[in-house]
Structures are given as C-alpha cells and as structure tokens.
Design a protein around this ligand. Structure first.
Ligand SMILES: Cc1ncc(COP(=O)(O)O)c(C=O)c1O
Length: 396
C-alpha cells in the first residue's frame, strides 16, 4: 500500500489487476502505442467540433439556461426519491404526458437516462423464455437489458428484415428491437419492413428513436410517426441527451404499462428520479424543439452536403443516412492515424471502437449540428479528404 497525494493507494486482488493489465498491455501499449485512442489533441475555440449529440444546439440557448437556473434557485425543497413514488399529479407525470403527445404514443415514462430506459424496458418485458431479436447494430443498452434477464438473444443482419423473418420462423415470435437511426453511422432503419415482420409474426417491437426525436421529421417527429407506423410499434425509447440536450430517457408506450414498469424495471425503481430543474429543462426544450424547423432544415442540408461530397469523392461513407456520418479507416492503429490527421485540419469527431464497434471496424463519428455553416461544412469535407489521403499514403 502506498501513500499518495490524495490518499492511500490500496492494492487490488490479482484477478482484477490481471484483467486491467491485459487491457493496458494489449490495447493501450501494444495497439495504441501508449496514447489513448479516444483522447486526441485538445480542440481550440475555432476548431470544428463534431463530437456532441446536441444536434439543435440547445445547450447554449440562453432562454433555456435561464429557466433552468430559475428553477434551481426557486425550487421548493426537492424530495429526492425513486420515481416509483410519483403520483398522477406530479410534475413528472405532466411532462410525461406532454412528451407522449409529442411522440404520438398513448403514454410516456421518464427514466434517468436512455441507458436506463432501454435496459429497464428489456428487463421488464423479456424473460428467459422469450427470444429477443436485435439488429446487429442496435444500441448496447438493448443487448444488456435482454442479457440481464438471460433472454435468448439472436442478432439479425443489419437492416435485413428477411434475415429477421427467417430467424423468427425458426425460433418463434418474441421481442424485436432496432434503432430508428443507428448511432454509429447514421443509417436509417428499414422500419416499414421490420414492422411488417413484427406484425406478421405477432412479435413485440421496440424502436430506439434517440437520434431521431426532435430532428428527423416535420416538427421533429420520430421515424415511426413520419412513416405513419404508430400502430405497429409497441415501445419507443429515447435518450433525451441528444436533441433535447438534457440528462434523461423516455419510453413511449401503450396505456396500462407504466404502473407495471415502475415496479418491474430495476434501473427506474431502484434509482432516484430526475430533479425539478431537469424537468424544467426538458419542458422548455420540448417547446423550443417544436418551433425549431429552420434549425432542423439547416442540419439536414449540411449533413446531406457533407455526406454526399465525401461519398462522391470516393471515401467509404454511405450516400444515404442522417446527421451522423461515420468515417471508417480500418483497424485501431489506422483509426488513430486518421483521427490525428483530421485534428491537424482542425476537425474533431469522436472515435468509436470496441466495445461500441467490432474490433477491426473502429470509426470516427461526425455528429453534425445546426450551427455548422456552409464554410465549416466545406472545411469538414476538405479536412476529411486530406486526412484520408494522408492515412492511405502511409498505408501504401
Ligand atoms: C441509440 C442510443 N440509445 C441509448 C443511448 C443511451 O443514452 P444515454 O446517454 O441517455 O444513457 C444512446 C447513447 O449513447 C444511444 O445512442
């Protein structure tokens, strides 16, 4: 045991030390060369930062910040407890109903995060006897929730409804879960085909709309609403840490689910509820987002422009997709080279690697936002092209 500046440095048992050492040696030292793949150079004030999911730039919106600050200062003494104790007259319920109306679902349940919403929902509706079918690229929280109840989990090929259907025919109906917009590369779910399979096989359908609510359709409608599929989707889950720029999650569900969920979903039941000022933020964000059509249009235009120019120049970027754009470079070493090269052009994305992607398919994710100007969109394209040719040059 050593005495450090901050306190005692306690020795861990060998089985934990060995596990950490494997990561430190294999990935950090051998593959990454002693630098952290996720932590590159620090951006400056003029850098183009594409790492935040605050798609409509709400977090710097003064009117929202002021409302939240006022709520913090004026809040009656806050009661810190599990949301399981909130009754029908609570501020939480009022907001849940407003959010449900916005999403076009009969009811809504606020959760502590998108992770809590997905893991908690899967835990509450799946079981060891019910097969769960997950798109290969569905968010980790959906997998984790199904694994928590030891459900038999089958993955189907990304966006491949025929493969899903074949799996259900062999294993039986169950729960299907997909993302409406995939978080690593911005792919749009083939939701029409997926809902057809769910309906025909009488399976339950969960759609994670974290990257679509607030940005995708008219007024910020979800993909489900935009395609008119509200009657075929049983549960919609959302992280409100994206377009809503808050810290919460949400589940859109049929009437009659909420009371059961509150007692059956452990992440919700056994964790404290959102604070009053967080509810105020979300309520104000909802009003702001509903009226943000021009920001949405601009975001769409800039995203399409950057995506199509990168695709047209021959980069491995799909020409179809939404505001998330993925640049794949190959393995982690190549991804680090691409990250460094992009940063040298003052463009900062987020590196995604295992466990968020398969080991040899690390990528750099650009999350576009509504403040990106035409001039910045051009800088992004130029930077990405130059960075790619530098990395390719190194590889040949
Ligand atoms: C598709 C998707 N679902 C759920 C989550 C989890 O959301 P939160 O950050 O609110 O826990 C994320 C965030 O990474 C996400 O991208």
């Amino acid at each position: 045991m050593a005495v450090t500046e901050h306190g005692l440095d306690v020795m861990l048992p060998a089985f934990i030390e060995e596990r950490m050492e494997r990561f430190n040696q294999k990935r950090y030292k051998d593959t990454w060369g002693g630098r952290h793949l996720l932590h590159g150079a620090a951006p400056s004030a003029s850098s183009i930062r594409l790492s935040s999911n605050d798609y409509l730039c709400l977090s710097s919106e003064l009117s929202l910040l002021k409302s939240q600050a006022k709520a913090m200062i004026n809040a009656p003494k806050q009661v810190l407890m599990s949301p399981v104790f909130h009754d029908e007259n609570s501020a939480t319920r009022t907001l849940e109903r407003a959010l449900a109306r916005y999403m076009g679902t009969a009811d809504g349940i606020l959760c502590q995060s998108g992770w809590a919403a997905n893991t908690g929902l899967m835990q509450a509706i799946a079981s060891a006897h019910i097969p769960v079918y997950l798109d290969h690229m569905a968010h980790m929280s959906l997998w984790y929730g199904a694994q928590a109840v030891r459900a038999p989990v089958y993955s189907f090929r990304h966006n491949d409804a025929a493969h899903l259907e074949a799996q259900i025919h062999s294993k039986g109906p169950g729960i299907i879960a997909v993302d409406a917009i995939y978080s690593t590369n911005g792919d749009l779910c083939q939701l029409r085909d997926i809902t057809t399979v769910a309906r025909q096989t009488q399976s339950a359908l969960v759609v994670d709309e974290s990257h679509s609510l607030g940005v995708y359709g008219k007024g910020g409608a979800t993909v489900t609403q935009t395609l008119g599929l509200e009657d075929s989707v049983h549960f919609i889950t959302v992280s409100l840490a994206k377009a809503f720029a808050g810290r919460a999650g949400l589940i859109g569900c049929p009437n009659g689910v909420r009371d059961y969920f509150m007692m059956a979903s452990y992440p919700t039941c056994f964790s404290s509820s959102l604070l009053d000022h967080e509810l105020v933020w979300l309520e104000q964000a909802l009003n702001f987002i509903t009226a943000s059509e021009s920001r949405r249009e601009h975001l769409r235009d800039m995203s399409k422009r950057v995506r199509q120019q990168l695709h047209g120049a021959g980069l491995p970027v799909s020409n179809i997709g939404e505001q998330i754009i993925a640049l794949e470079a190959g393995d982690e070493t190549q991804t680090m080279q691409l990250r460094d090269a992009l940063e040298s052009h003052d463009v900062y994305g987020s590196v995604f690697c295992s466990p968020a992607t398969p080991l040899r398919h690390a990528l750099i994710r650009f999350s576009m936002n509504s403040s990106i100007s035409l001039e910045q969109a051009e800088r992004i394209v130029k930077g990405a092209l130059a960075a790619y040719s530098k990395v390719r040059g190194k590889q040949t």
